[in-house]
Write a protein that binds this ligand. Structure first.
Ligand code: G16
Length: 558
């Protein structure tokens, strides 16, 4: 790094000192904390995103959001050139940068890392970082800190995309690096045109099946509501009523996280909505769950990420079967597509059983899209979903090439048959569903298209399998980093003794399953329990929460 660059950096870094006594960590999905603590962190993540852009000679992204967290929190995360999450081997550098107390230490860390990673700091490549924020008011000053960080690296520019959903920003980074247009208009255009294509190939018998055609969407008072309103204008086949578009408090009594965890009716919905298909997005629109309201009650019937995954898996499998079946009933072996499903420990046991019964390969990773996405990318078609509604479908380049070829071959030899339609449906899905990360808007359109294709009501969809009753709780502890886990977070290895106690408690319940893990986005330990009845699941979760308190709480006795 030359002297000029050093002095620019020292000057700007001296204006962004980390708050004393606060240790931040990159976590499940970037840095998250009370917004007042984050200015220096966002500045430093700006530097990191710029360095990643120089190293990869590609556009990177920086998103200011705390997604499902309360409105006073905020956060920052980086989109890699693929549009996916920041490469995990950069996370320790992110932690070190965020916590470096003075500008000289910061420069030293950068120098060392740049040498190790072969990053030319002399402005050989003019990098670019796209940045965006969700609707949190604190995002306005945090974006400014990010710009300062990005442009403190000579030759790197910051392009402010304004208020976006997290998946939109990731999609734009991916598009730019694939030589495509990265505008919001193009995003809506791609989603709406691939949705229309899927609707065009709905089987004849289901075309006019208007099973409950209206969809009501809870926008969590975040960025997703407005964006869905824009998208809606380009869709003629779907009637969508968008509620909670930003007038109320973000994520408070609304949104995918609230609906999935509390299983009660969100704000803005009521008895008049009984019988309708409803969906909830989260604060930055990267999660999606469906629900229906039970009559005379505050309770909902939840259709979570596991069931969205099951619906997608069923549809993809059906199209693959059509595509590879020859006229004589044999299987076309020209390409054996590997279809895989990725879940986490939060996946309801009944969903995993159902997916395995379908003959699918199911694998588990720890919580965090970064882990699921990486695993899913190992398949020709990898479908991943967290129960909380975060997920997507990834298609390999080689599979898409084969599909294009098969489509060409079939459209000349089997006109009118189901086979070319199956190829076109799969191609449309690969364009509709966000290849960079889980996206509630594209996920919602795919759910709607598949329900129409199947001729199913939401009730019918929900009947695919019956969830085992489950309960999730949060426990505040002195230091959540005292807990470490193994086997995709199903076993606690530290503190010693707590896993034996959890096992002993779980054994008391028929079909009992329970695990604990430190959250990577909130300062809590999460407890998940499953059992044969709701009372049993509640009781198991409560007893394990007490155990957590005994081992790690503010008055710990173990
Ligand atoms: C983020 C991650 C998800 C994760 C969720 C909760 O979601 O992207 O993969 O499931 O946090 O994580 P934890 O249990 O570690 O707090 P979001 O929607 O908040 O970005």
């Amino acid at each position: 790094m030359n002297e000029h660059q050093r002095s620019i950096l020292l000057h700007s870094a001296s204006r962004f000192s980390p708050p004393p006594g606060v240790k931040l960590s990159y976590g499940t999905a970037g840095f998250r904390a009370d917004a007042s603590l984050l200015e220096s962190t966002v500045f430093r993540v700006g530097i990191l995103a710029a360095l990643r852009s120089i190293q990869t000679r590609s556009v990177t992204g920086l998103m200011i959001t705390a997604s499902h967290n309360q409105a006073s929190d905020n956060g920052v995360k980086v989109a890699d050139p693929s549009g996916g999450m920041l490469s995990q081997h950069w996370e320790p550098f992110a932690d070190a940068l965020a916590n470096a107390a003075d500008p000289n230490t910061l420069l030293q860390l950068m120098d060392d890392f740049a040498k190790k990673e072969n990053i030319p700091l002399e402005g050989a490549y003019g990098g670019e970082v796209l940045l965006a924020r969700d609707t949190r008011p604190s995002g306005i000053f945090l974006v400014e800190a990010a710009k300062q960080g990005i442009t403190s690296i000579m030759g790197v520019s910051a392009t402010d995309m304004g208020v976006m959903t997290t998946p939109q920003l990731h999609w734009m980074v991916r598009s730019r690096n694939n030589g495509m247009e990265a505008s919001e208009h193009y995003y809506y255009d791609q989603l709406s045109s691939s949705f229309r294509c899927l609707m065009e190939y709905i089987p004849q018998g289901n075309r006019n099946n208007n099973v409950n055609d209206k969809l009501i969407v809870d926008g969590s008072d975040g960025v997703g509501g407005e964006k869905l309103e824009n998208l809606k204008k380009m869709l003629s086949d779907l009637s969508i009523d968008v509620r909670n578009r930003g007038d109320g408090v973000l994520n408070e009594g609304v949104g995918a996280d609230f609906v999935q965890k509390e299983k009660v009716v969100p704000r803005g919905f009521g008895p008049v909505d009984v019988g309708f298909r409803c969906a909830s997005l989260d604060g930055d629109a990267d999660r999606l769950v469906y629900f229906s309201i039970q009559s005379n009650s505050n309770k909902i019937v939840l259709v979570d990420g596991d069931k969205i995954l099951s619906l997608f898996a069923l549809f993809i499998k059906e199209q693959l079967n059509i595509l590879t079946e020859e006229e004589d009933g044999k299987v076309n072996k020209s390409y054996q597509a590997r279809l895989g499903v990725v879940q986490t420990a939060y996946a309801n046991g009944a969903s995993t059983y159902y997916l395995k019964q379908l003959g699918l390969e199911v694998v588990f990773t720890p919580t965090g899209v970064k882990y699921l996405h990486e695993k899913a990318s190992e398949y020709d078609i990898g479908i991943y979903f967290e129960a909380n509604g975060h997920g997507t479908i990834l298609f390999s380049e080689s599979f898409l090439c084969w599909l294009e070829g098969r489509n060409y071959e079939l459209s000349s030899t089997s006109k009118g048959s189901e086979q070319p339609k199956a190829a076109l449906r799969l191609l449309a899905v690969s364009k509709l569903i966000n290849q960079a990360m889980g996206d509630s808007l594209s996920g919602l359109l795919l759910v709607e298209a598949i329900l129409k294709h199947m001729g199913w009501s939401m009730l019918k969809w929900n009947e695919l399998y019956h969830d085992l009753p489950s309960k999730q709780l949060k426990v505040k502890v002195v230091d959540r980093t005292a807990v470490s886990t193994a086997n995709a977070e199903t076993v606690v290895v530290r503190p010693v003794g707590i896993q034996d106690a959890i096992n002993a408690e779980t054994a008391k319940y028929p079909q009992g399953r329970c695990f604990i893990r430190p959250s990577g986005t909130e300062d809590v330990i999460r407890v998940y329990a499953e059992a044969s009845s709701q009372e049993a699941a509640d009781s198991l979760a409560n007893s394990v929460a007490r155990l957590v308190d005994r081992f790690l709480g503010f008055n710990a006795t173990e």
